[in-house]
Design a protein around this ligand. Structure first.
Ligand code: PXG
Length: 479
């Protein structure tokens, strides 16, 4: 049983571990900010503006809490960047890395070699993943995972002699990473605009975003079905003989925690099977317990042919990504000669050792089960009770320990704010000032805390979120 199961135990352990406390802060906040501004380009940032305001410097973390360089204690409602599933400060993961670095810090898996950590990790993943997933290819990130997916899909159809199957269909406002392939697969227009070129033969259909895009009197189920049927229309437009795969996140994470109604995925699967098209579930955020199932496609009840994994695979302690191959796809890749794809760090031994330690914690401490039966339902109910009839909350989506709160000018009429992105930023800033990390995607506020969070900490997150949303409404003059 986890030391985090008992809330009393949590109260006693909610301080950073002694080793964390002992870590000396080397510089003042002002010095850190000046050096950061002088030498560091941040991802997805307006650096001019960030350098003028100064970054928040995070110096240590324990369980679900972060500390900044001014010693503010912040509750992390985003598990880092949707990844620290086992929470911060787990010595088991640090020990696994330390041991592996001494034993075998690196060896490659090219040229007929392998090593124990990657062997053990693959066997463990096969045990934890649904039955037909018994083979895994490794990389360093979710983006590389989706690049790998494209390579596998292409190779798969080549082995079937279906060389015309080249198109991959994905969705607007989907997120699949920031490499050229990941960014092209994703449906973020602002990323496409900055790309030197895009990967060919990738097209997008509309997303199943009920609150923002449903017209008329459609029910969520009818709307989701209609959005799924856009896949069929697109396949018929391109020609089934030319379509290789459909890729989607079971729920869109970065796009706003958009949970499609129950009609969506069964229909997508039916269409993929009908036209002989591979179905890829990007499980980078949904994988490893987020919804209370090991994988989010299990929550939605469908069976993909490939799954992209990263983030929760190592709980973010070290970088690692992977692609899981359904037996049918694996067989074709295995039996048909060279697959000319790989990365220096494919199956890196230290990353693999950390992944094993992480997955064993998730399994042996029954963390995923607890999300499903206890903390997940508690979190979802608490949010829905707290924000019921709130004047600027239009919908709450999610399951397990992931949620999206839709900010809206008129919740009942499903009317969004004309300047939704600004409203989201206002709310996000109130969260920051209240020492809660909550992400804003446009006009949706997102939560995805570490899976080890307990009920007291959930109460803390929800009450801080409520204060921030109330303050936002007040600033907008809405009550
Ligand atoms: N697929 C999905 C579904 C993701 O969410 C990636 C692929 C790419 O993974 P890497 O490891 O290459 O980043 C992601 C990443 C955000 C945010 O602001 C989300 C992600 C990454 C960075 C920021 O919500 N997701």
């Amino acid at each position: 049983m986890s030391y985090r199961t008992e809330e009393v135990a949590y109260v006693q352990t909610a301080q950073p571990a002694a080793s964390v406390q002992a870590a000396q802060q080397q510089r003042s906040t002002a010095e850190y900010r000046a050096l950061d501004a002088a030498h560091h380009i941040h991802p997805f940032s307006d650096m001019g503006s960030l350098n003028r305001s100064g970054s928040r410097v995070i110096v240590k973390a324990q369980d679900v809490y972060l500390w900044d360089s001014d010693d503010n204690k912040i509750i992390d409602g985003m598990a880092g960047l949707w990844c620290v599933n086992v929470g911060y400060g787990r010595k088991e993961l640090a020990d696994a890395a330390y041991r592996q670095m001494q034993e075998l810090p690196f060896y490659n898996t090219f040229f007929k070699t392998t090593h124990p950590p990657v062997i053990e990790l693959s066997a463990l993943l096969a045990e934890l993943a649904p039955e037909p997933f018994n083979h895994f290819f490794y990389c360093n990130s979710g983006s590389e995972g989706n690049d790998t997916v494209l390579r596998i899909v292409h190779q798969y159809w080549a082995t079937q002699g279906k060389h015309s199957k080249k198109f991959v269909i994905s969705r607007k406002n989907g997120y699949h990473g920031s490499t050229i392939a990941g960014g092209t697969l994703g449906g973020m227009g602002y990323m496409h605009e900055q790309m030197p070129s895009k990967v060919e033969n990738i097209v997008h259909i509309d997303q199943p975003y009920f609150f923002g895009e449903a017209q008329g009197n459609l029910t969520p189920e009818e709307f989701a079905l209609a959005r799924a049927q856009q896949l069929e229309a697109k396949i018929l437009e391109i020609g089934a003989d030319n379509v290789a795969a459909f890729i989607g996140e079971p729920f869109q994470g970065a796009g706003g925690v958009i949970f499609p109604a129950s009609t969506y995925w069964p229909e997508i699967q039916r269409i993929c099977r009908k036209y002989d098209i591979l179905l890829v579930a990007d499980e980078v955020i949904g994988g490893f317990g987020r919804t209370g199932e090991w994988f989010a496609h299990q929550h939605f009840g469908f069976e993909p042919d490939l799954i992209t994994l990263a983030k929760g695979l190592t709980s973010g302690y070290v970088p690692m990504g992977a692609v899981g191959l359904h037996d049918r796809v694996a067989k074709a890749i295995i039996e048909n000669g060279d697959f000319n794809h790989g990365l220096t760090y494919s199956g890196h031994p230290v990353a693999a050792a950390v992944a094993i330690a992480n997955l064993k914690l998730l399994r042996d401490e029954k963390i995923v089960e607890r999300v499903k039966t206890d903390t997940g339902p508690y979190f979802q109910k608490k949010l829905r009770d707290t924000f019921a009839n709130h004047p600027i909350i239009g919908e709450i989506s999610g399951a397990g320990l992931v949620a999206g709160l839709q900010l809206a000018e008129d919740p009942k009429a499903r009317k969004r704010f004309a300047n939704g992105g600004e409203v989201g930023t206002i709310c996000r800033d109130f969260c920051f000032n209240g020492n809660l990390i909550m992400r804003a995607t446009g006009d949706r506020m997102l939560l995805s805390p570490p899976l080890v969070i307990n009920k007291l900490e959930i109460d803390e997150i929800v009450s801080k979120a409520k204060k921030a949303v109330d303050a936002t409404a007040q600033q907008l003059g809405i009550s």
